[in-house]
Write a protein that binds this ligand. Sequence first.
Ligand code: AMP
Ligand code: GLY
Length: 416
Amino acid sequence: MKALVLGGGGREHALVRALSLDPGVTDIHCAPGNPGISELAENHVINATDGLAVTELAARIRAELVVVGPEAPLVAGVADALRERGIPVFGPDREPARLEGSKAFAKEVMEAAGVPTAKARVCRSASQVSEALDEFGAPYVVKNDGLAAGKGVVVTDDRALAERHARECGRVVIEEFLDGPEVSLFVLSDGVHALPLLPAQDFKRAHDGDQGPNTGGMGAYAPLPWAPAGLVDEVMESVVRPTLQEMNRRGTRYQGLLYVGLALTSRGPRVVEFNARFGDPETQVVLDRLATPIGAVLQATDTAGLKGIGSLQWKPGAAVTVVVAAENYPGDPARGDTVGGLAEANALEGAYVLHAGTSWSGSRDVVASGGRVLSVVGTGTDLAQARERAYAAVSRIELRGSFHRTDIAERAAAEL
Ligand code: AMP
Ligand code: GLY
């Protein structure tokens, strides 16, 4: 199988790596990719949100599977363009991708489907905002309705800050605060049948102890030794099946990946958010543990269906990923500094580097070019070993001003 992956972050590096380990995948292309991905795939310089450009590239390289990594191409209708040309694609069409593209739409679908989630109000004016903040009380949860690269949500006890964020966003969703640990569950869907992947946990705040601003994610681990037995079955029953049914009822079949972000509250699991694509960095650890070759599984969501796939097989042991971020992330990050120590980190046992915001300098050095520059995945027989190996490799990375969280998977590893 020839595969094309759209995107160029850590998630796409993990996807390309998983495809490269699949004996059924012969050729891998990526657009735009990054220097790390270029070791496993041929990178192409195209605009990945341009349906025509993507379709032309996919046809030219005879792609039998296009995997759409990030949300922007999905929301722009790139999957629709590929499907129209009969090219198998992993990812939902534009309309169903609104489950991620609009928080208000996601809430509407959840309500219609009876999915447990936070109570919410969609607000368009300062007075509506003020009423909703009064109704739900502190801590306040204020979400930009549209796409915001993981940075559109403010959770705060500071009323003035909540009001300021609402003003800056325009249309916002204000909702009840959900207490309890968060879990990311990724589900593959052909529209009717769904297959869950391993649940993972992401660390969204920039700094240790869940301090600092929300980010796209600073680290992740899987599996979750503390997750209640039956969690995945419960979420498939109470969230995934009714959501897929509701999407079918609307005539917008949901194919690809449904990312279910959950809070495990005292009243049971509640949906915090839906995304229409693999989560980053959780994908890095989840795909690391996947033993089933991935190419045919992703393709089946758009062609033969998932019924024939059976269940997925997982490797024993654990994986931990730690993001190395550029100075000032998630604000405007420092760019252009050389990244050192990549070979040294990759040479360590049970650890490897995935590139995210990196590019080549004129002299072919790897330099930082984005907020989350790279991540280091550590693997082991348990979380403690995986964590140790990830941090040993992180310590080899040299990047001026960079930072990382030191507490990824710390509690989960200690509780074993
Ligand atoms: P979202 O983009 O909706 O996932 O929000 C980003 C992060 O904000 C989530 O991962 C949570 O940590 C936090 N968050 C979002 N909604 C809520 C909520 N209703 N209650 C508590 N925390 C929330
Ligand atoms: N890790 C969170 C996300 O991908 O949205």
